[in-house]
Structure formats: C-alpha cells, structure tokens
Design a protein around this ligand. Structure first.
Ligand SMILES: Nc1nc2c(ncn2[C@@H]2O[C@H](COP(=O)(O)OP(=O)(O)O)[C@@H](O)[C@H]2O)c(=O)[nH]1
Ligand SMILES: [Mg+2]
Length: 400
C-alpha cells in the first residue's frame, strides 16, 4: 500500500491522475483546496491524497501485508489499538473506513462533483480518528472544543468548526469566534421563520405523546388571534385519552374560538366544512408512539380527509439521537411539511439537538421554550438555535 498526493486545477483532474497512477480502485483519503503561490497562478487548485497498491504489488502480497482481520469480539465502532508507522496508519485508516462507509473509487468520485469533496472531508476526519489523532481541535482551542463536546455536538461537526477557524486564520478576533461559528452552524439549518397562514389554511399537528402538541396548538392559536387578528377554529381527533378533548376545549373557550371533535376522517371533513368563517383551522391529534406504526397509519387517513390540509410534526428538543431518528422515520409516512420544536428550555445537549436537526433536514417553523401559553413560543431562527451551542451557560430562549 502506498499513499501519494496528486494536484490538479479541478478535483476531476486530480482524480484522473490518481486513476492513471494507482488505478480505479484507489482509496481517496483526503481532498483539499490549495492556493500555493505559483501552482496555478491565482486560481484555486485541488490536492487529492490517495492510497493504492504500488506497481508490481500483487494481490497476494497485498493480502499478506494487510493487517490482521478485526477481532470479532471488538464492539461495533470501537477502534483497534493504535500501532505506529505510516504504512500501518494508512492500512488502519483503510480498514476503518471500509467498515464505516462504502469505499468510493476514483471512477465513482469522478462522477460526483462537489459531493466528492464532502465525502473526502468525512474520510479525512475518520482517517485521523483511525490514526489515533482524535477529532481535530487544534484551531478551536481547549475551552471551545470542550464546550462543544459537553453540548454533544457530533465529532464530525466539531471537526468542521475547527476547519472554519483554521480557514479564518488570525483574521477573526477571539471575541468574534463564537459568532463566526454560530453563523457557520446556522447556515446548515433549515428554518422557515413561522408558517405562511394564507398558504396553509388548515394544519394538523402530529407527533409522539407528551411532546407538547396540544399546548403548542394553543400557543399558535393565541398568536394567530392576538397578534395577527385571524379567526381560528380548533378541532381535535384525540379521542383516545380521557380528558384530551377537554384540554383543547378549555383553550378554545378562553380564546373564544369554535371547537369540535372528529372521530373519523369523514367526520373531520364534515367538521371542517362547517368552519367556513375561520381563516385558519388547527387540528390536534392523539400522541403516537414512534413504535406504533398502525396508529401513525391511521393518521394518514385524517391527513388525506381534507384537501389542502398541511401537516406539522412536533418533536421535543430533549429527544435523544435514536429517539429523534425513530420519530422522523415513523412519521415520514405522513406528508410532513413543517416541524414544531418544543421544550427548548429543557434541552441541555444543544449540540446533539443541532446534529439531529441538521441530519434530518427538517423545516423548523416554530420553537417553544416553556409551559406558558401563549408566551413561551417564537418563530424558528437558525442563528438562535445555533448560538445556544456556544453560549457560555445554558441559555433560555427569548421570544422573538
Ligand atoms: N418545559 C416545557 N414544557 C412544555 C413545553 N410545551 C409543552 N410542555 C409541557 O409538556 C406537557 C405535555 O404537553 P401536551 O401539550 O399535553 O402534550 P401532547 O401530549 O403532545 O399534547 C405539559 O405539561 C406541557 O405543559 C415547552 O416548550 N417547555
Ligand atoms: Mg395532547
């Protein structure tokens, strides 16, 4: 196994050199931009670091030189004990990479344009881990990297933050680093700063039990009536839990709004048809556990019962990674357009939350940050979500 570096004016050009020299099965370890003086005048160039078999190295020889297979008793994700030597590091990286991500060959990467840069960046970070270097944090400094780890920001995003600071070099004063990182992190979140209530006349609010669906509907209704002067009707299809309808009815009475219960999709259609004088109709649902596929399926019937019904998924900011993924997966049966993020006030692992939101690419419309109706609620803002990760101490969301 040999590791070499190739440069070109584009990634494709550098990859072509890799392919010619090491063949199509070469493993790309790193792709980076470079602006070295005299290399390409003022243009940005690309450098690709690739590993492959040396000329004359037979498959048999390569096999005999290969590291011993990973012992089966090693837990998934656990790294092999570090040994030294560049050749060993390269093969170690290769072993880990092939276990974690499907190998990309030069030919494949040639067809993937920008994606190749992203894949190479992930590989670079994994290779560092494999070689015992850990997450790169040299440029972030100990205090910031410790804070990001405490807030459970995923390792690959910490590495990105390190690169952001590295690229900025000495140009950003210490005091503005947090802002720079928050801006970078915010850029990768999808927020819609509320819902366009002219376009989305009816909204059905779904999500797991106890995440705050009913409370959030009351907050939305309060905002629509008190701040936007719209006439709102409330409907619940939550007939599973004793007292569930009473909870929403109490809010409807308080805000002087029409209220109805619908037991079936057909009833929902009828009820909505009677609320012609309402500018907006908000529909509450019973909580569905992510494991309860049948009930989520039932919800599909309600979502389809009325043409033009928009769907919002409510997720608690306190959900762990696995729970978050399970909720998104289960509710993807429904045509979800908006995300309502609740309980931000209870979320300490703001980095973990950020990782989940970014990974699942949800359109976050509103955030809630307390039990008070209608106050503890605001339109979603990517910068406020991102800046929580770098705030010196747990920060309370303030209403926008
Ligand atoms: N801390 C906090 N609690 C909330 C928030 N939203 C709702 N809750 C509480 O979560 C609990 C469940 O709320 P509920 O609306 O009944 O949840 P549902 O089962 O999804 O309808 C109640 O005690 C709410 O007061 C929030 O943003 N922050
Ligand atoms: Mg409820």
């Amino acid at each position: 196994m040999i590791v070499r570096s190739y440069s070109g004016r584009s990634v494709a050009e550098a990859l072509e050199k890799v392919r010619k020299d090491l063949g199509p099965q070469a493993l790309i370890i790193e792709t980076r931009t470079c602006k070295e003086a005299g290399l390409f005048g003022r243009q940005t160039g690309y450098e690709v670091v690739a590993a492959g078999e040396a000329e004359g190295e037979t498959n048999a020889a390569a096999r005999s030189a290969a590291p011993a297979p990973v012992p089966s008793q090693r837990r998934p994700g656990q790294l092999p004990l570090p040994r030294s030597g560049p050749a060993h590091e390269a093969s170690q990286a290769r072993q880990l990479l092939s276990a974690m991500v499907p190998e990309q060959t030069v030919e494949e990467l040639n067809h993937r344009g920008d994606l190749s840069l992203e894949i190479a960046s992930i590989r670079r970070q994994l290779a560092r881990l494999a070689c015992g270097h850990g997450v790169p944090t040299d440029h972030l400094g100990a205090t910031t990297s410790q804070l990001l780890e405490e807030r459970e920001l995923p390792a690959e995003i910490i590495a990105e933050c390190d690169e952001v600071i590295a690229k900025a070099g000495g140009r950003v004063p210490e005091a503005r680093r947090s802002e720079l990182l928050s801006r970078y992190l915010a850029k990768h979140l999808r927020t819609t700063a509320g819902i366009d209530w002219q376009q989305n006349r009816m909204l059905i609010v779904c999500g797991p039990t106890g995440v705050g669906k009913t409370t959030t509907i009351a907050k939305l209704a309060g905002d629509l009536v008190l701040r936007h002067g719209r006439r709102v009707g409330l409907v619940t299809i939550d007939t599973y839990r004793v007292g569930a309808a009473d909870q929403l009815q109490a809010y409807a009475d308080l805000l002087d709004m029409p209220f109805a219960v619908a037991r079936t999709p057909a009833e929902l259609g009828q009820v909505v048809a009677t609320m012609t004088d309402c500018d907006n109709i908000l529909v509450d649902t019973a909580g569905r556990s992510p494991a309860d596929g049948t009930r989520v399926h039932e919800l599909k019937g309600f979502c389809r019962a009325v043409p033009g019904m928009s769907v919002a998924l409510t997720i608690a900011a306190t959900a762990g990674r696995a729970e978050f993924a399970a909720v998104v997966e289960r509710f993807s049966l429904l045509p979800v357009e908006h995300c309502l993020l609740t309980k931000l006030d209870e979320c300490e692992a703001s980095g973990r939350l950020y990782g989940c939101l970014r990974r699942h690419g949800l359109n976050i419309a509103y955030c809630t940050h307390g039990q008070e109706v209608p106050d503890d609620f605001c339109t979603a803002d990517a910068m406020s979500i991102a800046s929580r990760i770098l705030a010196p101490s747990p920060q309370r969301m303030s209403a926008v």
